[in-house]
Design a binder for this molecule. Structure first.
Ligand code: FES
Length: 344
């Protein structure tokens, strides 16, 4: 593991409930927190089902506060277990973390920015808003959630951002008009979005329809959300004579790895496509949860990203691309250390 020597002990200095389902954790690492780029994350060692595992959480705020990092974790009871572990920690608990890193950095050279956050996707966007405000940049922020009460940091954002902030609670029936928002942006404007899959897909479609450069749309996903609730299903690999049950709280990729099937992966968030497998047959309904393949490719059902996508009510038969000839061992990432699940 590339950062074996970089793990730091941290004390959980403070726990604060932001909403009924989102809790903020203030972590004081030994030696103090390091500055980090806006949009960065930290990796924490968590315990899931009695075993050590890793989870990546976006850092809240533009910079450390009083020598501490802040993260916010949404409790996902049907999730993979990382959030349940975090929510079980009392103030004063010790936890190991790796230094901040970022795959979601805010540029400095656009004349205008649009930030879009959905649900817990607010965590990296929160610091971007502060950074743009401090720079005096031209920007707006769109923030959606189920209800106002479930939208973390909403009150403080309304005070800080004033009319730069537009709020879209689902229960009030207010929807983002993405086409109108994009139409009024400057030609070199950049859009940063973090939220659930449905929001990301809508943003990608609306952005593509504008004909603007793809590189000006920057997004980060939480690869665990889909169109259907997660439920158990069966995955078969006829070439290897393998049939594996995938529990509701486990990814297809993890289930295949546990069965000794070599699978290449990197992001584990449905973004890079490295884990894509050929689909030979599907019984039930495919729930494609990646943002790597297009809508058209999802409809074709010929490829599946095993790290995030699932089947609702049935089984899938696949052929993994990995054939053991790349010098990799089953269960190892090709591109450590980004191969860490995002928060769930
Ligand atoms: S899409 Fe990147 S590992 Fe699955």
């Amino acid at each position: 593991m590339r950062f074996d020597n970089q793990w730091t002990q941290a004390i959980l200095r403070r726990v604060r409930d932001l909403t009924p389902g989102i809790r903020e954790f203030t972590l004081a690492p030994e030696g103090g927190a390091s500055p980090y780029p806006t949009g960065a994350h930290v990796v924490l060692r968590v315990i899931v089902d009695g075993k050590q595992d890793l989870r990546r959480y976006s850092l809240v705020g533009e910079q450390p506060m009083d020598g501490c990092y802040r993260i916010a974790v949404k409790r996902e009871d049907p999730g993979r277990g990382g959030s349940r572990y975090m929510w079980s920690l009392p103030e004063g608990a010790r936890i190991e973390l790796a230094p901040p890193d970022s795959f979601f950095q805010l540029s400095r050279d656009a004349s205008e920015y649009l930030l879009i956050a959905g649900g817990i996707g607010i965590t990296p966007i929160r610091g971007m808003a502060t950074a743009l405000l401090r720079r005096g940049a031209k920007f707006r922020m769109l923030y959606g959630g189920r209800t106002r009460e479930e939208m973390a940091y909403l009150g403080e954002l309304e005070v800080e951002l004033g009319d730069r902030l537009a709020v879209f609670p689902d229960d009030q029936g207010v929807r983002m008009d993405l086409a109108a928002e994009f139409a009024r942006l400057a030609p070199d404007a950049e859009v940063y979005v973090c939220g659930p899959l449905g929001l990301l897909e809508a943003v990608k479609r609306a952005w593509a329809a504008t004909g603007r450069p793809r590189a000006k749309l920057v997004f980060e996903t939480f690869g665990s959300s889909g169109r259907f609730a997660s439920e158990p299903f069966t995955v078969r690999v006829p070439r290897l004579g393998v049939e594996v049950q995938v529990p509701a709280n486990t990814s297809m990729l993890d289930a295949l790895e546990a069965a000794g099937v070599g699978v290449l992966y990197d992001c584990r968030r449905g973004e890079c496509g490295l884990c894509a497998m050929d689909v030979l047959a599907v019984e039930g309904t495919m729930d494609h949860r990646d943002v790597f393949f297009s809508d058209h490719e999802h409809e074709e059902n010929r490829k599946v990203c095993a790290c995030v996508s699932r089947v609702a009510g049935g089984s899938i038969t696949v052929d993994p691309a990995f054939r053991g000839d790349a010098g990799l061992q089953p269960g190892k990432s090709a591109l450590w250390p980004s191969a860490i699940p995002a928060a769930e």
